[in-house]
Design a protein around this ligand. Sequence first.
Ligand code: UT7
Length: 327
Amino acid sequence: MICSKAQITAVGAYVPEKRLTNEDLERMVDTNNEWIIKRTGIKERRIADEQEFTSDICVKAVENLIKKYDKSVHDVDMIIVCTMTPDFKTPSVAALVQAKLGIPHTGAIDLNAACAGFTYGLHVANGLITSGLNKKILVIGAETMSKITDFNDRTTCILFGDGGGAVLVEYSEQKSGFLSSHLGSKGELGKNLYCTNLSDRINGESLTGLGNIVQNGREVYKWAVNTVPKGMLSVLEKTDISLQEIDWFIPHSANLRIIESICERSEFPIEKTLKSLVEYGNTSAATIPLALDKGLTEGKVKQGDKILLYGFGGGLSHAGLLLEWTV
Ligand code: UT7
């Protein structure tokens, strides 16, 4: 069990208004509602306006957090934005968020671990607070995946959506909620999920689909269902808590079949998972905070609950985290 001094004290979320349903996609590419539901579980996704970017989504998610928990973010001393769809290469999304929220004295960094971003961000925030370097950190998982999606590619455009979730992580002597974590990366498999930037070569191989997300879904699928169940056990091994004692499992919402397979392999009841994919699709770094926010709003997550989060995706990277809910 890690000796943590950090606690999540507030959660907020935001998704854009515009909906993209499976029926809409039927009119755009050679696909159908039945295939999408059967293969992914996704019914619809939200799409940002042309002039709405990841920093705008972050700000709305934080405003939602402030409203729901009556919190101030004026004294935040670090902002970590987990995203693979920043507004710019520089300035960082975190710096834009600092300016838009008018936070006077804070560090600001972006963290890119794709769909594992949010759990990586929480791990880093816990480290910074527990070490005494920071006292109050905003961790935001937000994406505008629609801006890097090729809406002519039926293998990817049915999956991704836009949205964001934010949490406040604060110093707490008594009420630490961070129990354990486990991180991993397999860059050798990076070519199975990429979005090109300055280079169109990866590990010596040339790539296609410049500027858009490209995925070898089957390979990522296989890697995820093999890696995540082992990773979940690695998170728990560092504690005296068993999988049977977990109240809620929040895996990255990539595909309902992946979640079913992970639960089956881990012998974990699927009813105890929280997901955001049916209504929002795969929002990359935002799926886990959106699902957490939904679980709280629906009154499912309660004080004292043990929650296992597991992010996985581009990199290929993964990160799991065990929390005790203390709010
Ligand atoms: O978030 C980051 C991590 N990402 C993931 O975890 C995603 C992992 N992968 C997946 O979720 C799944 O692999 C997909 C949902 C992307 C694809 O599902 P699949 O069951 O692996 O399908 P597939 O790629 O094996 O394709 C099966 C068939 C193919 O046709 P043939 O070759 O069997 O004739 C595809 O061409 O389905 C076809 N297909 C489609 N048909 C209708 C592929 N996309 C579509 C589509 N509509 N949108």
